[in-house]
Write a protein that binds this ligand. Structure first.
Ligand SMILES: [Zn+2]
Length: 748
């Protein structure tokens, strides 16, 4: 993961909608600059500041831009706020071929508003970062002040990079530690080094063709067809890497004893992954600019892992230096990290659910690379790392069709998913992808279980599934996209993959519905909806009714056929409180017809507003609407007194109201609304005195030094006669603090 972004074709755009300023251009992610596209997106950004949760103190910088085959444009931006980088503030603006705004992706739930003055200094931030690193620290970088909006409430924070070696003493680590600039608490961390494993022979692909470069009388393992990606030998060290050379251009023996055998796998893996993204997704290699990827083999001693560091691939030789981790799906996995971090500014944040999506993206494309190569030695499957025997048991590293088979990965989303290692939370999206491509239940590649009570899924095939996932990544995902996001439900993999499916195959088509079903089958729900064959809508008029307790009202429930032929609907009401009855006439209608809804309230019902859900259910589908019922007290049964009454120390004061002509029985939850201004409500005893002298204590010295009472008390007054004088009595029981009774009201 790289967070120090190189920015492309930069244009600064004021949130208030001012001019575009060109700044320097540096080597950068893929971008096909088009002035008209940038201008259209810039205008869309100006005009839709609310959609992207813009604040007047935000500034935006173009990160990348491209048009798809249909001419639709996608422009990605990074964001600063009051001059500080906003992590999780990146956004996507999409425009049609005509330049009109068609949509956006944004990770912020609302516009930023926070102080940018740190209370914690850099020395404390460095200390917190050092403490958060487990392993051997080599250096601790200079903290950078920024705004962390990657998850939860945005906060002013320090980002400190700690360099060193992970606990295995072989995997390099560049841990980015994010600490709160107000409290110095560590908010999170992620490693820039992305590995194949959570902890941590051609050998595998048989005889394969590779591209090399002539050099004098010999050849070097440099791929001239794919941006001069080279493969080199670390000689079981960790730094000096020597490019492989060969005199006859026949490389390796297929046996581990020839150092070039593992190099052939790595070189083949880099070439195949390059070709996969180029041929299937139209992307010019990993970096999008045609540059090849360096591959380093024979790293360290008995090193059982492989990693991507943002620039190159590194492979260990495995247990006993006998099982190099150069298998094709591993290579594809690692280099797909390179694609993800170049497409999305800063990559999908490598922690929490966004980290799970990052890992899953690598498993998905690593697997698709394996299918794409289709070698007899390593045919396609939905196991990850089945050739490298990383566990020494012969078992694969991960299983996409049922991730939980490894004992730690999540097959189904739960509230715990955000808290597990990214190599385990990836299971949810891996399982989704398998369901989408191959379906649930028994398949040629394994049996995919269904989570909960979801419906079975019929797969749409790999060719469509991989295109949907790539488009979701390329056109929609932002750095803090998640599985489930209650604060920003649009910023989810489900919503974005559905948009991608709609773009490619149509809204609510077979593919779209398969994406819905595949997510539902891994326990990721959504509010997205497609009409069924016999569909209808429900409306109620009036939708808000107000009545006195004991009264009856009617309202009209109407249905409208929206698709296909109508069916019979049964009408039901849920959520009504005791004391409210709802009747439908008739209770069954044919979709397209209306019914009268009669609501009856009892005399003892408490006052208040009650939402009641009215549902029409047909054999095909159910639709609901909400009736908002507001219940008042009848005339003569409510009264208020807003004359201020001072409350001196150690004194009892009263305020009264008169009721007359109230004919109902008071409610068992009559409302007494009290507003007292006081600096120490722990001094106060507040009571209601009925006309016959009965006393109901509302507040008895609770609350300590809390300011003021502003509360509505529900009191059972069903034994009282309503008419007469009702009194609110306030006793101050201690010295020093005083106040006054502002107002109160009674509703029987
Ligand atoms: Zn990975």
């Amino acid at each position: 993961m790289r967070t120090g972004l190189a920015l492309a074709g930069a244009a600064l755009l004021a949130g208030s909608g001012l001019a575009v300023t060109a700044t320097s251009v540096s080597a950068a992610p893929p971008s096909t600059p088009s002035n008209s596209l940038l201008a259209a997106a810039g205008a869309a950004l100006e005009n839709h500041a609310r959609a992207v949760k813009g604040s007047p103190q935000d500034r935006y910088t173009v990160y990348s831009s491209k048009r798809d085959a249909r001419g639709n444009g996608v422009v990605r931006y990074t964001r600063t706020h009051q001059g500080l980088r906003v992590y999780g503030g990146d956004l996507v603006i999409r425009v049609g071929a005509d330049g009109a705004f068609t949509g956006s992706s944004v990770g912020l739930a609302k516009p930023l508003s926070l102080s940018v003055s740190p209370k914690v200094g850099t020395a404390s931030a460095r200390a917190a970062a050092r403490k958060a690193f487990s392993g051997k620290v080599a250096s601790v970088g200079k903290p950078e002040l920024f705004i962390d909006a990657s998850s939860g409430a945005p906060a002013l924070a320090w980002e400190t990079v700690v360099n060193g070696m992970a606990k295995d003493d072989q995997t390099p680590s560049r841990l980015h530690v994010v600490s709160d600039a107000t409290t110095n608490a560590v908010r999170g961390s992620f490693d820039e080094i992305e590995t194949v494993d959570g902890t941590g022979n051609s050998l595998y692909s048989g005889s394969v063709a590779i591209d090399t470069t002539p050099s004098g009388d010999a050849y070097t393992l440099v791929d001239p067809v794919r941006g001069n990606g080279r493969t080199c030998d670390l000689n079981n060290g960790t730094s000096t890497c020597t490019t492989f050379t060969d005199s006859d251009n026949v490389w390796g023996t297929g046996a581990i004893t020839d150092r070039a055998s593992a190099a052939v796998d790595a070189h083949f893996g880099a070439a195949t992954t390059f070709d996969y993204f180029h041929d299937v997704h139209g992307r010019n290699g990993i970096f999008g600019n045609g540059t090849g990827v360096p591959s380093r083999v024979h790293y360290g001693n008995a090193y059982v892992n492989a990693f991507w560091d943002g620039a190159q691939m590194t492979y260990g030789d495995g247990t006993g230096n006998a099982k190099p981790l150069v298998a094709l799906d591993v290579a594809g996995h690692e280099m797909s990290h390179g694609v993800t971090e170049n497409v999305v500014p800063g990559g999908l944040t490598y922690s929490g659910e966004s980290g799970g999506l990052n890992e899953a993206t690598s498993d998905i494309f690593g697997t698709m690379v394996e299918f794409y190569a289709n070698t007899t030695g390593d045919p396609g499957d939905y196991d990850i790392g089945e050739k490298i025997d990383i566990r020494g048991t012969g078992a694969p590293l991960r299983y996409m069709y049922n991730p939980a088979l490894d004992g730690v990965s999540h097959s189904c989303w739960s509230t715990a998913t955000n808290g597990v290692d990214v190599h385990y939370s990836s299971g949810v999206a891996n399982h989704f992808f398998f369901n989408l491509a191959e379906g649930t239940g028994a398949t040629a590649y394994g049996t995919s279980p269904i989570c909960g009570a979801a419906e079975p899924v019929v797969g749409i095939g790999r060719e469509k599934a991989e295109k949907i996932w790539f488009r979701a990544l390329d056109t929609y995902f932002v750095s803090n996209t998640r599985y489930v996001n209650t604060a920003a439900p649009a910023n989810t993999a489900r919503a974005y993959s559905l948009s991608a499916a709609a773009d490619l195959y149509g809204l609510c088509g077979t593919e779209y519905k398969a994406v819905q079903a595949a997510w539902t089958a891994v326990n990721v729900a959504g509010s997205d909806y497609c009409p069924t064959d016999h569909d209808f809508s429900v409306a109620i008029s009036p939708g808000t009714v107000t009545l006195d307790r004991g009264e009856t009202v009617t309202t009209n429930l109407a249905t409208t056929v929206t698709n296909g032929t109508p069916e019979t609907a049964t009408l039901t009401a849920t959520g009504a409180p005791a004391g409210v009855t709802v009747a439908f006439s008739p209770a069954e209608i044919t979709a397209g017809e209306s019914a009268t809804v009669t609501v009856t309230t009892s005399e003892t019902l408490g006052t208040g507003t009650y939402p009641i859900t009215l549902t029409a259910t047909t054999p095909s589908v159910a639709h609901s609407t909400i009736l908002h019922l507001t219940v008042r007290s009848p005339q003569g049964c409510t009264a208020a007194n807003d004359t201020d009454v001072a409350i001196p120390d150690n004194t009892t004061v009263t305020s009264s109201v008169e009721l007359s002509g109230c004919t109902i029985t008071p409610s068992s939850s009559s409302a007494v609304e009290v507003h007292i201004v006081h600096t120490y409500i722990g001094d106060l005893v507040v009571s209601l005195v009925a006309p016959d002298g009965s006393v109901y204590t509302l507040h008895d010295r609770a609350g300590g030094s809390t300011d003021n009472i502003d509360q509505t008390y529900a009191v059972n007054l069903s034994g009282e006669s309503p008419d007469g004088t009702w009194t609110l009595r306030v006793q101050d029981t201690a010295a020093i603090d005083t106040g006054y009774l502002n107002s109160w009201s009674l509703s029987l």
